[in-house]
Write a protein that binds this ligand. Sequence first.
Ligand code: ACO
Length: 403
Amino acid sequence: EGPDVIDIRALYPQSGLFTYDPGFVSTASSKSAITFIDGDEGVLLYRGYPIEQLATRCDFMEVCYLLLNGELPDSTQKNQFVTTVKNHTMLHEQLVKFFGGFRRDAHPMAVMVGVVGALSAFYHEAMDIADAIHREESAFRLIAKLPTITAMAYKYNIGQPFIYPHNDLGYTENFLYMMFATPAEKYVPNPIIARAMDRILILHADHEQNASTSTVRLAGSSGANPFACISAGIACLWGPAHGGANEACLNMLEEIGDISRINEYINRAKDKNDPFRLMGFGHRVYKNFDPRANLMRETCHEVLNELGLHNDRLFKLALELEKIALEDDYFISKKLYPNVDFYSGIVQRALGIPTSMFTSVFAMARTVGWVAQWNEMISDPEQKIGRPRQLYIGTPRRDMPKS
Ligand code: ACO
């Protein structure tokens, strides 16, 4: 499948040829040295390293360093990086008040779009995005503040007081602490839970020019404030065809409810007159398997076994759905396999994260990828404002009726 080449000279004699490629199926929007995907072979590399090696041998902070700087850190570099992130975990108190403007039952992603966007009001005047030091500082601020904002969105939603960052804890443990501690009860993160959460963050950290990253790049290409650009990325991620799939997948499993109803839903997914899709299945680029899904599946089994949840109703339902879909001719012919979100929702649920927070956790993880891609774009001397063309299908030039 390639894009159509359109000759628009009949309509606009001064114009030339351009490609029409809805959904950018085969059009590269940018050059990038950050992430490589081979969709046919199921390969995902961050800065050249296979995701399987990074997920099993690194922690999220090392992966953040790698994505931003191109190399893995040595121990001094890592300590320095972690310390700088910790210096930025607090939110300005005025920003903490911002949460109070939302309805309690607002979706956490709506709150994230607003609060992350509002960071631009705090870090704008003195910032010069042409200066690499300023860009680096924005990256640190975003990576450090996203767990605080995500946890506060949750606490606000359930009506509990905010828990401020505890910088003696690691990045992932601190996030879990801000989510689950209360003023009355200390929370000591279980290492199995912390490791599983860290893996979720690593697997979601970057994925080249997906819809939300392309949104961040397009927004940033005009020279806009980076905090506002990341907020645009969060808005895009929210959709069920993208990051919202983990939440949609769990809701779908709840709706199916019982193994006996799986075939009904499989048949609905095949019916072209029914808009229903099996959430957590299919991927634009991976057409044989999603390497992140394999790793997440492994974590899913580990976590459920460790926490004694392997008999969990939804987990059993998910495994049966996976089995039936993988053997189904329609799904095989369309190359529809479970993607990372199919398993990440189940793992997050086992970790005690409510369904409505799944996509916010994804946003927190993807922030490093967004910011690395934004930085790469701004530092490229060939960078131009993104300005796609269109294929005009409206009425040709005409004159207004004579009055
Ligand atoms: N269930 C049923 N049929 C599907 C599904 C699905 N989940 N996904 C694709 N198809 C079918 C389509 O109907 C289409 O059939 P057709 O050729 O007969 O028209 C064919 O497979 C190709 O689908 P497209 O939508 O053209 O594929 P595209 O590459 O544009 O979409 C996407 C990829 C959006 C991920 C799609 O597979 C989907 O909607 N999946 C469910 C949502 C989901 O899980 N998203 C998470 C993506 S991963 C991430 O963001 C981390």
